[in-house]
Design a protein around this ligand. Structure first.
Ligand code: GDP
Ligand code: MG
Length: 597
């Protein structure tokens, strides 16, 4: 297809505003998916995505659309909608010339609408404002068309109104994509430059790489080169998704498609990297490439220690499809053998643990998420990177800095007081406050990421009856007065419960954990003190009183079978006991203490 007949676009929207449904309708109306094959959220392939209604991985689909007898190729690039995947969103946007800014006509603009809009504007995309769900009785298209027009600086009457559900307005929208989005420009004679915006592992075909051609041409059988590493591969297959893969004779300027080289690991085909011809490489890679950096760390342990090897295999497999997942072996007194894993954010953590249990049938326990702390030691002055409280150089702390994020919270004005209180209790610094409309306010805070990973989103949702939305981006790091709180059972440290917290919150954390454990750990034949400590200083204490544990005392003499059954049961229970010093702790107690409530 010549560039003049290509339009590359994406849909940016807050979660649940109807991006997948609209995409479905477009596939149907352009005829690339027949009515018979249509199922809801055709593009959301992963089970978790479908169930949670979130899009984790972007994909591209090519749709034909005719205007005035001329056929255009519309390439729709589906972007992930969540803050954890901002880098992937930005690469998907960089592959487009235009974006549909989709807003629920009953909800208005939300935090992710804004975050994605800013990313789109940074990439110089033509924005087409669209209100969705106009079939809803609660829709207020007049009001929100104005809100949207004010935001992007247009006229309310230019805001398109559609329903992804009924299909109303979708044909007009397809026309406007062709009319308003610029055709791609590139140098057809130059060495090839293709930007990778997605890379998906497929068990049968190996890695499938999605690219946007910028310059030149790529053809089957030729050798290609990854510009970040210089690695060479043979191009086994190249084609377009429509939405099933259709091999082609090559891709030229402005085209969007997939390619297969037989590599088995997405790390060999990284999002953001530039592909060029190996024989005639381009001089410069396309801008914007960075390696994904984990922000949140957590220990993952099998509940049954004998599942350790299986857990390793499962992580190795997931890594093939997820370049941002990191892990290394770790051992814990309380939890045994497991892995320290790095994630892009909390949702990413949740997705991985859920996939481990769902796709691999593993029962797992995860420790409280931690962020990356930089500690400058007082004795040697070296900088130590700490992603696990157990690595904290106790007693040698010169200074500690923690990662910060700029958060934007959109909420109805009635909740401003409550949310400000919440943000302040999380050590937030107010950066600004802005009215978006009469009812809706944007609050901007600079906040430690460590405070956000600790239950912030749930708190925000519950304090605003679900009306607030949140987005954040890294904003460097900042020194803070942080300490490590250890939890001890009979004087023995329980490593899984150690936590790095602000000094002002150390006491609260210590008493909460001590109380929790007192309730969860059964009495032993001796008294067990539970203590919370900063270094050698005890800051909280609880005691589990002694008991003579004799289950057989409950049976009156004779009944042998009953006795045996009880003994068996006790033995079974023992198997899942962990010893902390002399103290027997049921595995469940650790799990319950870590999962909170
Ligand atoms: P996404 O998170 O942006 O991909 O949103 P989805 O497409 O998954 O839609 C979220 C919810 O809104 C689903 O329950 C859809 O059925 C519903 N929905 C999407 N579009 C429309 C629409 O035009 N009208 C109505 N009434 N509901 C819609
Ligand atoms: Mg979706």
């Amino acid at each position: 297809t010549p560039p003049a007949q290509i339009r590359n676009f994406c849909i940016i929207a807050h979660i649940d505003h109807g991006k997948s449904t609209l995409a479905d309708r477009m596939l149907q109306i352009t005829g690339v998916v027949s009515d018979r094959d249509m199922r809801a959220q055709y593009l959301d392939r992963m089970d978790i995505e479908r169930e949670r209604g979130i899009t984790i991985k972007s994909q591209a689909v090519r749709m034909p659309w005719q205007i005035g007898g001329e056929t255009f190729a519309l390439n729709m690039i589906d972007t992930p909608g969540h803050v954890d995947f901002t880098y992937e969103v930005s690469r998907s946007l960089a592959a487009c010339e235009g974006a549909i800014l989709l807003v629920d006509a009953a909800q208005g603009i939300e935090a992710q609408t804004l975050a994605n809009l800013y990313l789109a504007l940074e990439n110089d995309l033509t924005i087409i404002p669209v209100l969705n769900k106009i079939d809803l009785p609660a829709a207020e298209p007049e009001k929100y068309a104005k809100e949207l027009a004010d935001l992007i600086g247009g006229r309310p009457e230019d805001v398109l109104r559609v329903s992804g559900k009924t299909g109303v307005g979708v044909e007009d929208l397809l026309d406007r994509l062709v009319q308003e989005i610029p055709a791609p420009v590139g140098d057809a004679e130059a060495p090839a430059r293709a930007m990778i915006f997605d890379s998906v592992y497929d068990a049968y075909r190996g890695v499938v790489t999605y690219v946007r051609m910028v310059d030149g041409k790529l053809s089957p059988r030729e050798r290609i080169q990854m510009m970040s590493t210089g690695a060479n591969h043979e191009l086994l297959e190249i084609g377009v998704s429509s939405p099933e893969p259709v091999p082609s004779k090559g891709l030229g300027v402005g085209e969007v498609g997939y390619l297969i080289t037989g590599v088995k690991d997405v790390r060999q085909s990284k999002v953001g990297d530039t592909i060029t011809n190996a024989r005639k490489p381009a001089a410069d890679a396309l801008a914007g490439y960075t390696d994904p950096k984990p922000m949140v760390f957590s220990g993952i342990y099998p509940i049954d220690g004998s599942d350790y090897a299986e857990l390793r295999e499962a992580l190795d497999k997931l890594k093939l499809s997820d370049a941002s997942l990191q892990y290394e072996p770790e051992t814990s007194v309380a939890l045994g053998f497991g892995f320290r894993c790095g994630f892009l954010g909390l949702l990413h953590l949740e997705i991985i643990t859920e996939r481990l249990s769902r796709e691999f049938g593993l029962d797992l326990i995860t420790t409280a998420p931690s962020v990356i702390y930089q500690v400058v030691t007082s004795d040697t002055g070296e900088t130590v990177t700490v992603t696990n409280p157990s690595e904290y150089p106790d007693g040698r702390i010169g200074s500690v800095s923690e990662p910060m994020v700029k958060t934007a919270i959109l909420l109805p004005k009635d909740y401003v007081g409550t949310v400000m209180e919440l943000c302040q209790s999380r050590r937030g610094t107010l950066l600004g406050m802005e009215y978006f409309s009469e009812e809706r306010v944007e609050l901007r805070y600079n906040m430690p990421l460590g405070e956000i990973v600790f239950d912030f989103f749930d708190q925000l949702k519950s304090k605003t009856q679900g009306y607030a939305s949140l987005d954040y981006e890294p904003s460097g790091s900042q020194e803070a007065d942080l300490v490590k709180v250890d939890i001890l059972l009979q004087g023995e440290k329980v490593d899984a419960f150690s936590s790095i917290v602000h000094r002002d919150k150390a006491y609260a954390y210590g008493t909460m954990m001590a109380e929790r454990l007192r309730k969860l750990i059964p009495r032993q034949q001796f008294e067990v003190p539970i203590q919370a400590a900063i270094g050698a200083r005890i800051i909280a204490r609880e005691t589990i009183r002694a008991i003579r544990k004799d289950v057989l005392a409950k049976c009156y003499g004779g009944d042998i079978t009953r006795k045996r059954k009880l003994l068996e049961k006790q033995k079974e229970g023992k198997k899942r006991m962990k010893m902390v010093g002399r103290v027997e702790v049921p595995q469940e107690a650790f799990i319950a203490a870590l999962s909170g409530d």
